[in-house]
Design a protein around this ligand. Structure first.
Ligand code: FAD
Ligand code: FMN
Ligand code: SF4
Length: 453
């Protein structure tokens, strides 16, 4: 009846696409076979189907409706393929799609007739154009962090801000301001950027858009060095792809890149820039624990430098997002891992969808989590921890991984800032060296520092 009324109002020459869940994925809910029968029942009344999964009545299905990083790209396509078998109108698949080649394959294999993207089009609305022009490597890759949903999505967000922000697309949610600024001319400046992480690279791209001359210096041998934690963790593959796309955009731009070049006061003096953007990142926070300098201690925040965690048994000190993700990654390698967290909850800083996935994975791998527990001492045998009742126990471990967070590289940043002030050069710090954050803060802060120069 609803479809008949819609058709009546729209007329025959107006396409009606029916958005449907291929399965509600809840106990007692509509399942794959029923959805196929239902689709067949109504197909004469619609022009196409658009197939997602899950139910708005059960937020637990949200991580499948918006497939998170723990799921493969296109995880819901089989549900669309099942509907396609049941009907004779075109069927669209959606869910975690972002790679033009993978999408092309789905079409070639006739699993679906069309593909759609939600978040990836927020991350980079120019995807179709870039793919058509053979520039797929420059597509800003959605990292499936859920931050766009967290602020704006009705009905889960009690007070939606109505503006979608994105971790990898700094202009998202600010297009009106950007359009206005584009009409103002700025004098060309020489901008020196210290650090080739996401903040530094986005700063370079932002500055280039406004016609500035940009020199980007990276102390290590590769851009996006800190993000190389994503090389070894399968569920961080989206971050790996995002890093590679940023590097590709820098390499194909007019930015002068100087690798293996740490920005020093001397370099600033010689380069004589109008502005220095400091994007030198953070360093692991080292809590005052006895024995922390021992050989069996590693830092989660340095995992891009030393990837292998020796031995089978690991105790992770810190149950924030970083600690939990490391615990899951180690459990996926088959290691025996325990998380020790001082407060009463874990991964508190994660957005709702991500938090749900972390909780699910911690439960799935049966990872012991000791909340309300502090590490008192680290020895060769492992970590001595104390609970809220003051009871101490030894957690035997081959390695102790400290995941106590990252702090800005204050002294190095201040050294660069002071040099600039002495020389009358503008200085601005962005990303983790300004305030420890995540990729969103780094890309947004970096981009606007460069753009507004
Ligand atoms: C293990 C781990 C997992 C994480 N997981 C996530 C995640 O899942 N999602 C998320 O959003 N965020 C995550 N983060 C946080 C995110 O990676 C950082 O917030 C982001 O990398 C900060 O970007 P940045 O450009 O400010 O600093 P960085 O990425 O650290 O880049 C700084 C760069 O500056 C270079 N450098 C240092 N000194 C100098 C100098 N003097 N001159 C020139 N170059 C210099 C460094 O070599 C480095 O390449 C994670 C962080 C870690 C450590
Ligand atoms: C900010 C945002 C708002 C959305 N709003 C709706 C909506 O109103 N109705 C709907 O059926 N799906 C909505 N979706 C879900 C998408 O249509 C899509 O199914 C989902 O994002 C998974 O696809 P993706 O992995 O390509 O993002 C929304 C998605 C996002 C990111
Ligand atoms: S905020 Fe995160 S999930 Fe949303 S589009 Fe951007 S990168 Fe993707």
């Amino acid at each position: 009846m609803v479809l008949d009324r819609v058709r009546e109002r729209c007329g025959r020459d107006f396409p009606i696409e029916y958005r449907i869940s291929g399965s509600e994925l809840i106990e007692g809910g509509l399942e794959e076979e029923e959805m196929a029968v239902f689709a067949h029942m109504i197909e004469s009344r619609v022009d196409s189907f658009h197939v997602s999964v899950g139910s708005f009545h059960d937020p637990a299905t949200m991580v499948r409706m918006f497939p998170g990083p723990f799921f493969p790209n296109g995880v819901n396509i089989p549900y669309a393929a099942a509907i396609k078998k049941a009907v004779n109108v075109p069927v669209t698949g959606i869910g975690g799609l972002s790679d033009p080649d993978e999408m092309e394959k789905l079409l070639e294999e006739e699993q679906v007739d069309m593909v759609a993207m939600g978040r990836q089009m927020i991350a980079d609305p120019f995807l179709p154009k870039k793919a058509l022009k053979g520039k797929s490597s420059e597509i800003a890759h959605c990292i499936r962090c859920m931050r766009c949903n967290s602020g704006a999505l009705i009905p889960y967000v009690p007070y939606p801000n109505g503006v979608v922000y994105c971790s990898v697309n700094p202009v998202m949610g600010r297009l009106r301001e950007i359009a206005r600024e584009n009409s103002f001319k700025t004098a060309e400046k020489k901008i020196l950027i210290a650090g080739g992480g996401p903040a530094g690279m986005q700063a370079a791209l932002g500055a280039l858009e406004r016609g500035h001359k940009v020199i980007l210096c990276e102390a290590s041998d590769s851009l996006g060095k800190t993000l190389s934690y994503s090389d070894h963790i399968e569920f961080k593959q989206d971050i790996r792809k995002f890093r590679d796309s940023l590097i590709s955009r820098i390499e194909n731009s007019q930015v002068e890149v100087r690798m293996n070049t740490a920005v020093t006061p001397e370099l600033i003096r010689n380069a004589e820039p109008d502005l220095v953007i400091g994007a030198i990142g953070g360093e692991p926070f080292i809590p005052p624990i006895e024995g922390i300098a021992d050989n069996n201690v590693l830092y989660a925040a340095s995992m891009h430098q030393s990837v292998a965690v020796p031995g089978n048994k690991t105790v992770i000190i810190g149950g924030g997002l970083m600690g939990c993700e490391e615990a899951i990654a180690l459990a996926q390698e088959g290691k025996n891992v325990t998380v020790v967290e001082m407060t009463d909850s874990i991964a508190g800083e994660a957005d709702s969808g991500l938090k749900q996935m972390i909780d699910e994975k911690i439960a799935y791998y049966n990872i012991p989590v000791l909340t309300g527990c502090s590490c008192m001492k680290i020895t060769e045998e492992g970590a001595i921890v104390k609970n809220k009742d003051g009871e101490e126990r030894m957690l035997a471990a081959d390695s102790v991984l400290i995941a106590a967070g990252v702090r800005p590289k204050d002294s190095e940043t201040n050294r660069l800032r002071d040099t600039c002030y002495d020389l009358g050069i503008d200085f601005i710090a962005v990303g983790d060296c300004k305030k420890t954050g995540r990729i969103r803060e780094a890309t947004t802060g970096g981009y606007f520092a460069g753009r507004n120069a």
